[in-house]
Design a protein around this ligand. Structure first.
Ligand code: ZN
Length: 114
């Protein structure tokens, strides 16, 4: 049910940014990093349930997935990281990299009904 509360958090964040009103919100755009640990399917499943509960079922959720990006501290090269425990594809070292991108869960923007 982790994703259920994430959905609530997303909707409440938009509500706060929109003076406490949800009636006029048509769409919420979020960005989810592939390394964030969020189950995207589950999030998409729960969103309408949460929207129903918070009386704003007109809101559509648009999700943009962000690739993981890491910088290897051994060979100093950047690479796409698909799983947290993958090795650097350049020098094969494990866990000696800095994650630059891919852990985020962000509300990017929301649209209002015209
Ligand atoms: Zn490396």
């Amino acid at each position: 049910m982790h994703e259920f509360s994430l959905c609530e958090g997303i909707v409440k964040q938009v509500s706060r940014a929109n003076a406490g009103v949800l009636d006029n919100v048509s769409q919420i755009k979020i960005e989810i990093g592939k390394l964030s640990g969020v189950d995207l399917e589950s999030l998409i499943f729960w969103f309408p349930v949460v929207a129903e509960k918070l009386a704003c079922r007109q809101i559509q959720l648009e999700v943009n997935e962000i690739d993981g990006l890491a910088l290897c501290s051994k060979c100093n090269q950047q690479f796409t990281l698909t799983n947290l425990y993958d090795a650097c594809p350049h020098c094969q070292s494990y866990a000696e990299y800095q994650i630059l991108q891919g852990r985020e869960l962000l509300v990017k923007s929301f649209s209002l009904i015209n």
